[in-house]
Design a protein around this ligand. Structure first.
Ligand code: SAM
Length: 262
């Protein structure tokens, strides 16, 4: 490993801190330290992250039910259990999934998990480089962009300081009608003080993390028709009793929604 790569691993990464909270084992000392401090400040924060994963799982089942068989998962993180390809391919084996993440550990791990799966792949890229993503031979081998695709942006936009509407736009433009957009996004609205303090702590000490308002997130769905129930706290998006996590409504943390491109 070169000095640059090892320096990057000494800094906490969103993918690995998240993996730590979800019970995975792909994290380093710097990730664990920040994660433990977050847990100390706001014990509910890991639960919020699990609620976000649970939303993604429900949404994939919904997308399968409306006939979606292609998924572009942007900011996919470290694959643990209940990954998009597992849910989608269990429901419909022909489903195709491309995972994209900026974190080299996340992508290397995804390659291992996906070995032998010809309908799923992972590539390392920044979601602000849509041309690089869409022109990648890996993506072109797995996805047929003449057919509908669900673009997933779960928990990734808070790590991007640019205007999220502009980040989303090229993905809307590159996908055909009948495609979908999924977003979950951390918010500062209606959150208890300890959650806000934990978010500020992360932003100051570890990585850029920008919570946004309902209105700032809703406008990202410009050009899409919102699927019921619209942009709502994650636990309220089509809850299924079997997957309910009893999350306290006041600490929902993320708004979540799915839009349909007419
Ligand atoms: C909170 S995790 C969300 C993981 C997963 N999507 C989920 O919702 O369970 C955010 C992920 O976004 C990735 N990420 C952050 N900025 C990114 C960027 N500019 N391009 C691609 N991925 C990015 C991080 O490496 C991390 O894996």
């Amino acid at each position: 490993m070169g000095p640059l790569a090892s320096k990057a691993l000494n800094r906490p990464s969103a993918a690995r801190v998240y993996d730590y909270f979800l019970g995975g084992n792909h994290h380093f000392q710097s990730d664990r330290e920040i994660a433990e401090e977050i847990r100390r400040i706001a014990p509910a924060l890991p639960e919020m992250m699990r609620a976000n994963r649970a939303f993604v799982r429900r949404a994939i089942r919904f997308l399968h039910s409306v006939g979606i068989r292609q998924f572009l998962d942007l900011g996919s993180g470290i694959l643990t259990v209940g990954n998009v390809h597992e849910i989608a391919q269990r429901a419909a084996p022909e489903s195709r999934v491309v995972y994209v993440d900026i974190d080299p550990v996340a992508v290397a791990h995804s390659h291992g998990v996906l070995a032998g799966n010809s309908r799923a792949t992972a590539l390392q890229a920044d979601i602000r480089e849509p041309e690089k993503i869409f022109s990648s031979p890996q993506l072109q081998r797995v996805l047929d962009l003449s057919q509908p695709v669900a673009v997933l942006m779960a928990g990734v936009l808070p790590f991007v300081p640019e205007n999220p509407v502009e980040v989303v736009r090229p993905y809307r433009e590159a996908t055909v009608s009948g495609s979908y957009l999924l977003i979950s996004h951390v918010t500062y609205e209606d959150q208890p003080p300890e959650i806000l303090e934990a978010l500020r702590y992360v932003h100051r000490n570890a990585m850029q993390l920008i919570p946004r308002s309902w209105a700032e997130i809703a406008v990202c769905f410009t050009g899409y028709t919102m699927v019921e129930p619209g942009l709502v706290p994650t636990p309220l998006w089509r809850p299924e009793p079997a997957y309910s996590n009893g999350l306290h409504q006041r600490a929902f943390g993320h708004y979540a929604g799915v839009g349909f491109k007419p």
